[in-house]
Design a protein around this ligand. Structure first.
Ligand code: NAP
Length: 292
């Protein structure tokens, strides 16, 4: 069994990006600049955004964090997005989700200039992805593709089962694994909360990508020998023995499933760090596009 070490691979990618940034600096050009908007003070969202800003510093990017209060109106947020769209200093930006209930998420995603949409959530970019056109691939699915690629995990002709159909992970993942090319060329089954007899489906899978957010959902008896497991789930579970009072748990019963798997991602240290690395990669790409 091989651990798909997202921590190591994401570090490799950050080093590669830092080397690119150094070349840009040596030429006296402007370094990539990522901005992040966060609305409200949700603990997990603040942690994620903080990690993204820290990662920018690590590779030599400029970063801007825009913090808005929990009572921000949709109009105010759209105004801020317009500002970032029009600011030539900013190559790409993200709006951290989830948003407070008074704000319509779809309106917000539509307002982001697709050329600066480094999360790849705008319908233009999502459509391009579905049509195999060059675009920003959402960071988490992009990170999973990169892990499969760097470990040379065969995907052609395999049966890939994706659990969860969110717009940010499950659905794009199902499209990408079924596309022509590598990683891809899989036969894909997309499952969700209405799927009947899920064990019957997962036990036939060569590759399982789990993104539902239910701790230890995927058990050893639900998978076959030599399965490839990608665990996207991140759930905070109360744990008084930890300094923070919680620990992070994935969707997969790692201790038992890893006994049967050929490759498996750990949680933490698997998909999570890859997501941040690929956001940086998309920002580098955005800068290149603006300079064409
Ligand atoms: P989400 O919006 O929370 O949706 C969960 C999906 O799981 C839905 O499609 C839901 O089906 C499905 N589902 C729920 N119970 C199910 C069941 N019993 N059997 C089969 N499917 C079931 O999804 P998300 O935003 O992609 O998040 C999923 C998990 O990934 C969360 O733990 C999140 O924190 C984590 N995540 C991690 C990263 C990372 O960087 N590692 C990034 C993003 C998300 P319905 O559509 O029918 O409701």
């Amino acid at each position: 069994m091989t651990i798909l070490d997202g921590k190591k691979i994401s570090n490799d990618i950050k080093n590669e990006i830092a080397a690119e940034v150094q070349k840009i600096k040596d030429k006296g050009e402007k370094v990539p600049h990522l901005a992040a908007i966060i609305v409200g003070n949700d603990g997990a969202s603040l942690t994620y955004v903080g990690s993204k800003v820290k990662a920018c510093e690590r590779v030599g990017f400029e970063s801007t964090l825009v913090q808005m209060s929990n009572t921000t109106s949709e109009v105010e947020l759209l105004e801020k997005i317009k500002e970032l769209n029009e600011n030539p200093e900013i190559d790409g930006f993200i709006v951290q989700l989830p948003l407070p209930p008074q704000i319509n998420e779809q309106q917000v995603l539509l307002a982001v200039n697709p050329d600066k949409d480094v999360d790849g959530f705008h319908p233009t970019n999502f459509g391009k992805m579905a049509l195999d056109m060059s675009t920003f691939i959402p960071a988490t699915p992009f990170g999973i593709l990169e892990l499969l690629d760097r470990y040379g995990v065969e995907t052609k002709g395999k049966h890939t089962v994706v659990i969860g159909r969110s717009h940010i992970v499950g659905r794009p993942m199902s499209i990408l694994m079924g596309r022509k090319g590598f990683p891809g060329n899989s036969t894909v089954t997309l499952t969700h909360s209405h799927t009947k007899n899920i064990t019957q489906i997962t036990s036939q899978a060569d590759i399982i990508i789990s993104a539902l957010g239910v701790p230890n959902f995927l058990k050893a008896e639900m998978v076959k020998d030599d399965v490839v497991i990608i665990d996207v789930g991140i759930t905070r579970v109360t744990d008084e023995t930890k300094p923070r009072g919680y620990r992070i748990v994935g969707d997969v019963d790692f201790a038992n499933v890893s006994q049967k798997a050929s490759y498996i991602t750990p949680v933490p240290g698997g998909v999570g760090p890859m997501t941040i690395a690929m956001l940086l990669k998309n920002t580098l790409l955005a800068r290149e596009r603006h300079n064409i």
